[in-house]
Design a protein around this ligand. Structure first.
Ligand code: NAP
Length: 292
């Protein structure tokens, strides 16, 4: 069994990005600038946004954090999005999800200019992804593809099972795995909460991508010997034996599943760091495409 080490791979990508920034600076070009909008004070969202901002600093990007009150109106948030669309200094921006219930997330996503949509959630980017056209890929699936690529995982002709069909992970992930591309060309089965005999289906996977949001849901009986397993889930679970008072778990019961796998991504240190790395890659690309 070999780990799909997202932490080390993301570190390598950060070094590559740092170099890319230096090259652009030496040519008199601007440095990439990512803005992140956060609405309210949800602890998990704040942690995610902070690590995105911190990564910007590490790779030499500029970052702007825009913190807005929970009770901001949809109209005011749309106005903020429009300001960012029009701001030439900002190359790409994200609006951290989830948003408070009184704000329609789809409306906000639609308002983001596709050329600045570095989270890759706008329908134009999703449509272009479907057609295998240049676009910003959603950060988590893109990070997984990058990880599989850097570990030279053969995907062509393999059976890939994706557990979960969310708009940000499962659905785009399934598309990327069946596309006619270097990482792709799998036969894909996408499963969800109404799927019957999930264990039989998951056991037939050469590549199993798990994104259902339930701690340690996938057990050894659900995995084929020699499978490649990518665990997207992340859960903070109380653990009195640790000084922090909690531990992080994935959607896969790592200790019993890992010995059966050819490759497996751990939690933490697997998909999470790759998601942020992809966001940085998208931001650099957004700047390059603008021709700055
Ligand atoms: P989500 O929006 O809650 O979607 C979960 C999906 O799993 C749904 O499609 C749901 O089916 C399916 N599901 C639920 N229970 C199931 C079951 N018993 N059997 C089969 N399918 C089931 O979650 P998400 O946003 O995709 O996130 C999934 C996990 O990944 C979460 O733990 C999240 O924290 C994590 N995540 C990590 C990163 C990262 O960077 N590491 C990024 C994003 C998400 P239905 O459609 O039928 O409801």
């Amino acid at each position: 069994m070999q780990l799909l080490d997202g932490k080390a791979t993301a570190e390598k990508i950060r070094e590559e990005l740092k170099l890319a920034v230096e090259t652009r600076k030496s040519r008199g070009q601007k440095i990439p600038h990512l803005a992140a909008v956060i609405v309210g004070s949800d602890g998990a969202s704040r942690t995610y946004v902070n690590s995105k901002v911190k990564t910007c600093e590490k790779v030499g990007f500029k970052s702007t954090l825009i913190e807005l009150a929970t009770d901001i109106s949809e109209e005011e948030l749309l106005a903020k999005v429009n300001d960012l669309n029009l701001d030439d200094e900002i190359d790409g921006f994200i609006v951290q999800l989830p948003l408070p219930k009184h704000i329609d997330e789809h409306k906000i996503t639609l308002a983001i200019r596709p050329s600045k949509d570095v989270d890759g959630f706008h329908p134009e980017n999703i449509g272009r992804m479907m057609l295998n056209l240049p676009c910003f890929l959603p950060a988590t699936p893109a990070g997984i593809v990058e990880l599989l690529d850097r570990y030279a995982i053969e995907t062509s002709g393999k059976h890939c099972v994706v557990i979960g069909r969310s708009n940000i992970v499962g659905s785009p992930m399934s598309i990327l795995m069946w596309r006619n591309a270097k990482i792709g060309n799998c036969t894909v089965t996408i499963t969800h909460s109404r799927t019957k005999h999930l264990d039989e289906i998951s056991k037939s996977a050469d590549i199993l991508i798990v994104a259902l949001g339930k701690p340690e849901f996938v057990t050894k009986d659900m995995v084929k010997d020699g499978a490649v397993v990518v665990d997207v889930g992340i859960h903070r679970v109380e653990d009195a034996s640790r000084r922090s008072g909690f531990k992080l778990l994935g959607d896969v019961k790592f200790d019993e599943v890992a010995p059966k796998c050819s490759f497996i991504s751990p939690v933490p240190g697997g998909v999470g760091p790759m998601t942020i790395a992809s966001l940085m890659i998208n931001t650099l690309r957004a700047m390059d495409l603008k021709g700055n």
